[in-house]
Design a protein around this ligand. Structure first.
Ligand code: GTP
Length: 348
């Protein structure tokens, strides 16, 4: 089986983290995000992945290369963003797609059963089958109601008030070639807004998926996915965590500090005496001085937090920024890459 992974979005909601690292290879629990997706695809018999990239595509190729275990990886790079369906047309026009293939949104962490989705697709003779996942709160998603036999009845945009179903599009599709020819060539096209709504009543089915699913596209959900991986709420091949449920990368120096619970330190980080890092993610080469407090925050590569500084809940500090001594980055603040927060300052 072949899978095309959509990995060309700009990831604006995850800025400033995605200004220097493309979202598909953002480290999650110490590994490039897409490696979790490639593991999952491999478990379900995918032998060939086509990564559809645009934004910062060199970064993706450099990190993932051309093989993942026994799976081959090819790249299709677009010069203009083509949306979610346009890249499929481009790959088809370059002769890369088989008669039946999978398409995945490249920012979901999931263990849903693709094998069962493919089996249903074959049974129904569908042109397209979409995995639909139940969520508790539908307010930030469109919903997809289906008939008893699984046929999709509508694509409803997100709207206030009660939704007719809590099933949302999980961004995991099985498609036949006949769907590709419905995608206009050489322009941005959306599956969700154009192609699928035009296929209602014409072989478009939903597969009721169960299991874990989250899209890591916002800081809140990036951290939630991190905690879920650390706590084994989603199946993965992560190495064992320490007694605080944390993962500390190679070459870190943390004696004298309290790390955890539920934290991830990348490679070559240091945290000084009497400092606390809890429920936080430090990417590679982050230095935290002594008597600092970092809680529920994300510090990108090369960030410096000097003695006595604090970084609060859901603050995101961009690559190479400095939080100088005694300063405080308040909850929810985003600090741009390379910026210096002055000693003693309070930013919010
Ligand atoms: P935001 O800017 O934060 O909305 O993120 P995003 O750009 O990634 O958009 P969104 O989350 O809606 O995208 C869903 C999936 O489609 C992600 O895996 C994106 O990488 C991918 N994607 C979005 N737009 C494009 C595009 O123009 N080209 C390609 N190849 N992939 C895209």
């Amino acid at each position: 089986m072949q899978a095309l992974v959509l990995a060309g979005g700009e990831g604006t909601r995850l800025r400033p983290l995605t200004l220097s690292v493309p979202k598909p290879v953002m480290p999650l629990a110490g590994r490039p995000f897409l490696t979790f997706m490639l593991d999952w695809l491999s478990e379900h018999g995918v032998e060939e992945a086509i990564l559809s990239c645009g934004f910062l595509s060199d970064g993706v190729e450099k990190v993932l290369g051309h093989r993942h275990g026994s799976m081959t990886i090819e790249y299709v790079v677009e010069s203009e963003p083509l949306g979610t369906a346009g890249p499929v047309r481009l790959a088809h026009d370059r002769g890369l797609l088989a008669d039946r293939f999978l398409v995945l949104n490249g920012d979901a962490l999931t263990d849903l059963d693709l094998t069962a989705e493919i089996a249903q697709h074959e049974r129904t003779g569908a042109a397209a089958t979409l995995a639909l996942i139940a969520v508790d709160d539908t307010s930030s998603y469109g919903v997809v109601p289906t008939a008893a036999d699984g046929r999709v009845e509508a694509f409803l945009e997100k709207s206030p008030g009660p939704a007719p179903t809590n099933r949302i599009n999980a961004g995991a599709y099985v498609l036949e070639r006949e769907v590709v020819v419905r995608i206009p060539p050489e322009r941005a096209v959306s599956f969700e807004r154009e192609v699928f709504p035009s296929m209602i009543g014409e072989g478009l089915y939903g597969y009721m998926a169960a299991g874990y699913w989250i899209d890591i596209g916002t800081p809140e959900r990036y951290l939630e996915a991190t905690y879920d991986l650390l706590a084994d709420r989603v199946r993965s091949t992560l190495p064992p965590r320490d007694e605080t449920g944390s993962l500390v990368g190679e070459g870190c120096i943390t004696s004298g500090a309290r790390i955890g619970p539920m934290s991830v330190l990348g490679r070559h980080c240091s945290v000084g005496d009497e400092s606390v890092v809890e429920r936080s993610v430090l990417l590679d080469d982050v230095r935290v001085g002594s008597e600092c407090v970092v809680t529920g925050a994300v510090l990108a590569e090369g960030v410096r937090v000097e003695d006595g500084a604090r970084v609060d809940e859901m603050a995101i500090v961009g690559a190479g920024a400095t939080v100088a001594s005694g300063s405080r980055v308040a909850a929810g603040t985003r600090i741009e890459p390379g910026v210096r927060v002055d000693a003693g300052a309070r930013v919010r």
